[in-house]
Design a protein around this ligand. Sequence first.
Ligand code: SAH
Length: 473
Amino acid sequence: MRFLPVFLDLQAGPIFLVGAGELAQAKLRLLRAAGARVRWHAIDGHYDLNSADAATATIERSETDPLTTDLAQVIAVICAGAGATGHAMAARARAAGIPVNVMDELDHSTFIFPAIVDRGDVVVAVGTGGASPVVARRVRERIEAMLPARIGDLATFIGRWRTLIRDRISEMPLRRRFWESIVDGPIGAAVLAGRVHEAEHALKSIIDPSRYAARQASGFVTLVGAGPGDPDLLTIKALRALQDADVIFYDDLVSAEVLDRARRDAALVSVGRRIGKPGIGQDAVNRLLIEAAQKGQRAVRLKGGDPFIFGRGGEEVAALREAGVPYAVIPGITAGLGAAAESEVPLTFRREALRITFLTAHKVRDAEAVDWSALTDTKMTVVVYMGMTAAPAIRAGMLAAGRSPQTPVGVFARATRPDAKAVVGSLDNLPALAAQVDKGPAILVIGDVVARSAPWRNENLAQLLSNFGIAAE
Ligand code: SAH
């Protein structure tokens, strides 16, 4: 992030606008709508204000030379369509320590304009560091579509009550919870539906806001599936839980990009365990969750993929239930499904693959414990978690179960992450394929449907091209 979004107080002083033509007019319209006081130096001498603009006392036309005019009190300088004068003005503003924007010229600017969503007191600024205004506008459109029309009214409503409630609930976390229960509850809904009077009345009738907030403040644990890595694969519920959390206990498998979606001031606690590294142990994790809830915190237990697939979520739920702690479970996209979608492996296929087995083969010892005889069915796709080191044992087990050495297999490492790698081949070569992906985490998929995957098609294309002496890209 090169540009930090901040909001400029337009009551602090005037904006100094230098420019000509339609570009300056456009900036003027924006500043006027925002309620800014503007000193406008139209360097071509044309003040093409329409009558409404001309009537506005907040715009002061200036005939003086902008390069020598006094800049005292000026809070920002904007140059639009000002050519060389704009560059000279930018140098002047910089020397005086005043923020300056030269339209479409990043090199001369110390600040840039975002795309703006304007809903009264709720303003959203979208930036792309100056890289692409078109992308910024698309993002703005999406946000416009997502925000309730009266979201600004809700902010104004709360603004009116803030001081009063601050005086009556001194404790900050409790106060936050109070406002959250207003925003998320029927009172907020009434404001969003345009029934402000009704909401006003309801809020007034809360006699003891502190008690009201305390009722909402009981601790709670949410087991949240973080998905395989790509943060866009979080569910909306997962995102909400991450945004509401006081504390987040996360696994090693959870990607940094997913953690980045958490509430900024949530405490992040790693309780990771990795193959070969013990981590803090399941009992200790259970204890942390219970203690957090008992302190009244909203705790999130964030787990890679889905909490209930090889994630020990079941044990955590049992411990919470035993301790009488309220909890909820939010599913996530398990790594096998994430990998399958990314590499286009249809895990089932009409007549060809009618069943799926998810199994884990954590250590060689565990792999030996798998009942391979249950996997003889060639119409069954087998998805293996934690199977990298056990790849030779998996190969041996599947062959012993009577699967053909030619059965297509895929190794999908770091699926849905930027450094994802997929290799495909035959069951016979499984250990060598596993060695090719460098490091985990990786999912193995065994079954005919792997021959329908994108990496398989590419492999065959590469083979075909190399027959003609052409290297595939
Ligand atoms: N609860 C998780 C699984 C935890 S077990 C889930 O539902 O996905 C850990 C194993 O998950 C790893 O050894 C690996 O086999 C698999 N895994 C997790 N993330 C992965 C990813 N991004 N790509 C491939 N495999 C992954």
